[in-house]
Ligand binder design. Sequence first.
Ligand code: MLT
Length: 204
Amino acid sequence: MKADTGFIHVFEQGSDPARRPLLLLHGTGGDERDLLGLGRTVAPGASLLSPRGKLLEGAAPRFFRRLAEGVFDEEDLRRRTDELADFVLEARERYGLPAPIALGFSNGANIAAAMLLQRPDVLAGAALLRAMVPFAEPPRADLKGKPVLVLSGALDPIVPASNAERLVRQLGDNGAAVEHRVLPAGHGLGQADLSLLNDWFARW
Ligand code: MLT
């Protein structure tokens, strides 16, 4: 019997084996069901792997601890990034999957960015929605050619524009093929996000 992967999660087997699986990572207060619909829409036929963040902030699940809004407990983040990366490796073995593309929103996008920088081999790429810089001093990572889409909101009260730009620079400096789009939006997602995601995922 396989060891349990340690995260409450949903796995949906896709119908199209040519499609990369998606790793869906919800925002603060979400759960493993939140992004299933989005995943099915932007990558029809892809397998979906969707864990629930283990940390509770009050009643709200998250993927790592923060000290205040936008101020991260980086020691906790490093440990939980490894834990999530190990979950992905175990799940790949258990379900027979190639490396997934992460699709993360807010807190989920932030841990996906952390995973790219700390465990670059685990993900084939990532779509980061309203992401910010996870580490003050990011580790060097070999992200050569990995596709990354960053969708930011110009009016986002949680992620300053300069922070999102710094993240894009960090990923690009490590070799990722980053596309950054800044939408006339806040922290929430809208139709423009959906169409950019559709276009981007159609390429992988
Ligand atoms: C975070 O804590 O990851 C960011 O502040 C985004 C959020 O979850 O609100």
